[in-house]
Design a binder for this molecule. Sequence first.
Ligand code: PLP
Length: 413
Amino acid sequence: MNNFSSENGNLTLEGRDLCSMARKFGTPLIVTSEMRIRQNAKRLRSAVSSNFDNFEIKYAMKANPNPRILSILRSEGLGIDASSDMEVRLALDTGYKPEQILFTPNYASKKELLWASGKGVPINFDSINQLRQVDGKVPHTISFRIKIEYGRGEFKGTTTSGHDAKFGITETEAISAYRVASEMGANEFGIHVMAGSNVLDPGHTGMVANAIVETVKRISESDGIEFKFIDMGGGLGVPYQPEIPELDLESAFSKARDAFVKYFGRRMPTFCIEPGRYLVADSSVLLGSVTDVKVQDKAYLGSDISMNTLLRPALYGAKHHMVLANRLNDEVKGRYEVVGQVCENTDRIGSDVALPEPRINDILAVFNAGAYVSSMASNYNGRPIPAEILITDNGEEIIRKPSTFADYIRNYS
Ligand SMILES: Cc1ncc(COP(=O)(O)O)c(C=O)c1O
């Protein structure tokens, strides 16, 4: 796995011993590499810029809204995809300008929409009803999220377009939606699609580009709308297991470019993407302590990483690669149900995981913990949200403190 290594059988990240960090800061703990986030951003920028002259990359902050991470990505020249008024507010507080943000809520309240519009943030509307809520206060720049027929994600739960998707408007609805937006006073238009998350097939990017370009063509012909930007959403995949090959970014964006050139020629709208996972997933590892081992019908390895800390396996059936961080030189001895401390039988972090024979106090390391891990964490069962440490050129920075009993009861009255 990138930027990770082994020293004397211990897992390291940027040369730092993760077992020592787990013991120093306590577990569960998320350790993140600033260098890896910057490498991901630069690799992505290079692949997009070699295919498109006008482009914008927006970070989908739902993946991990830690303000320190937002600042790193701002310094890499990225904008923001925000999904709620709180996310917009955090992005603004971190120094992003309103025009660098695209606000894509779904089923938002009128209050939330009016607030964002009042801040001058472009809104990507999920329906005509949502647009009508901001009557008299329509943002200068608007777009609609289109529900194209094609949808694809790693799991059913991460497929966000096509049949059964709760998001966006159909092309037929969009034709009247842009007309209404124009009548309501919007002056600049974009279009948006988000087909699904964690797709490693470059052909998928081409499929989405073709579908949205076809839709643009029909809306422009019908409404005379000129689109300033086309936002292809997020979804760029990362391998969650070491044997899975990485996404070929160059191939993905050249396929998107082909679709754009076919329709627009050289006068293309701005090409936008809003990746979350791709930028941050592999920058972090989640560390836990083994708390028990039971050999019964199956061998159960219990640790302080529970579904409240890592929800993705219980939510989607996601599989994260994991190792015993202090036993990298030990032979794999068995297959384990890796479970947590929450009172749910779905509290499984991994199933049938090949590991050396675990001992209490071993350190469990779960990879790809930078996206949709801390942002999905809760205090369910009174369990803590993990602290986050950032490894920088200058050392170790605590970027999220461990949650305490006081945090747990803060809002109870
Ligand atoms: C509208 C929108 N944009 C971007 C993303 C980011 O997706 P990913 O993390 O797969 O890149 C999501 C994720 O759900 C989304 O809903």
